[in-house]
Ligand binder design. Structure first.
Ligand SMILES: O=C(O)CCC(=O)C(=O)O
Length: 386
């Protein structure tokens, strides 16, 4: 598949290069020994294999191999190319690289996140409720690197119909049901972009900022993200996860880094994916990604889901949107994206079994997809972060 034009470079981890190479190789070995990868198989009732759900619950992540075929990957790539063409030309810009009003300037939110090449903008700061406790090593940017590189596109369903169709994937939604129950709710969606030799890191963190002290906290309280890989991902450009850490409550990441003597924390493993693989990662797992010094681009289409009881009535927000109460009306309005996604998908893939999303049963005609992405403008203002 032709790669969209991502900025190109490759560099090294500087003085830490040899240690990093060893760390990656050891992490890959551990990842392969975990027994948490394989195809996404459903039974005749459309339900996933309980052993796979168990492997996800044991380790906190799972790699579904070969979920997306060449057609779907081409659709996603085409949309990505268009998003990159129409994105703000650089941080803070209202115009794209051609001088046209940039994508998103007609909406409320600033959905395009830029970082300095190979930098870690979050580690050790109070941003996002201070969950990125420690700064990552920042390799030196290569000569001629741009000032800023695009790292994340939030609210991405409003910019990409292919991402919307992916969001309605029947097998993945069946898995969401198996983990979170039939009335599962959205969390948020994003496209993560790690430009070769330039992409910044995402400091080790656990996603959640609510419920940590809740006596009912369990391994599924904060839901999960699906992470669909356009070009695959490696130990150099992909996400790393600390297996089992979703069941350890709030983890003191500072001590993990202190014990390791660096940001190469012990026991973590990389997600290793081919193009079209879709990982599922528990939001409570300690996870993060290193600066992408490799020559390989990584593009991940993220979309997450929660248990309804984890979000209903919760007052939350404050990371990508305003703090508010997540009442039943907000949850329902935000969940309309799932209903549209299921319909958009069934139009593109009529041979697939359509996922029956229980909260919208009988309302299929009201949520027919007519191909107009503007109905989703600013939908992510209602994201359900916890
Ligand atoms: O994909 C990445 O590098 C970071 C993703 C992440 O931290 C998240 O989805 O919470």
């Amino acid at each position: 598949m032709a790669k969209v034009h991502l900025l190109e470079a490759s560099t090294t981890y500087g003085d830490a290069e040899a240690d990093m190479v060893r760390y990656r190789a050891e992490g890959e070995q551990r990842a392969h020994a975990l027994g948490n990868r394989g195809p996404l198989v459903l039974d005749e009732h459309g339900r996933p294999d309980p052993a796979v759900v168990e492997a996800y619950r044991r380790t906190g992540f799972y790699v579904f191999e070969g979920v997306l075929g060449p057609d779907e990957l081409s659709d996603l790539e085409r949309d990505l190319a268009e998003v990159l063409e129409r994105a703000p030309a650089t941080k803070g810009s209202d115009v794209d690289r051609h001088g046209r009003p940039a994508l998103g300037t007609d909406g409320t939110a600033r959905n395009f996140g830029f970082v300095r090449p190979l930098s870690d903008p979050l580690g050790g700061t109070g941003a996002a409720h201070g969950r990125h406790q420690v700064k990552m090593f920042e390799p030196e940017a290569p000569q001629g690197a741009p000032d800023w590189v695009l790292q994340i596109v939030l609210g991405s369903l409003q910019y990409s119909e292919a991402h919307l169709r992916l969001y309605g994937h029947p097998g993945l939604l069946a898995f969401a049901e198996a983990v979170n129950g039939p009335d599962f709710t959205p969390f948020n969606e994003a496209i993560w972009i790690k430009h070769p030799g330039l992409g910044g890191s995402v400091a080790w963190h656990q996603d959640p900022w609510t419920h940590w002290d809740d006596p009912g906290l369990d391994g599924d309280t904060h839901g999960f993200n699906f992470m669909a890989q356009l070009y695959g991902c490696t130990s150099a450009n992909g996400l790393w996860v600390l297996p089992g850490s979703h069941r350890r409550g709030r983890v003191d990441i500072r001590s993990l880094v202190a014990a390791a003597g660096s940001d190469r924390i012990e026991g973590a493993v990389p997600l290793l994916c081919a193009p079209g693989d879709v990982a599922i990662t528990n939001r409570q797992c300690v996870h993060g990604s290193f600066a992408n010094t490799s020559a390989d681009p990584r593009v991940t289409f993220n979309f997450g889901f929660h248990r309804r009881s984890s979000v209903l009535g919760v007052v939350s927000g404050g990371v990508h949107n305003a703090t508010a109460v997540y009442d039943a009306e907000r949850i329902r309005t935000r969940s309309e994206a799932i209903a549209f996604a299921i319909d958009a998908r069934s139009q593109r893939y009529p041979q697939e079994r359509r996922y029956p999303y229980a909260p919208f049963a009988g309302l299929e005609d009201r949520y027919r997809w007519a191909g107009d992405l503007s109905v989703l403008r600013d939908y992510n203002q209602l994201d359900l972060g916890i």
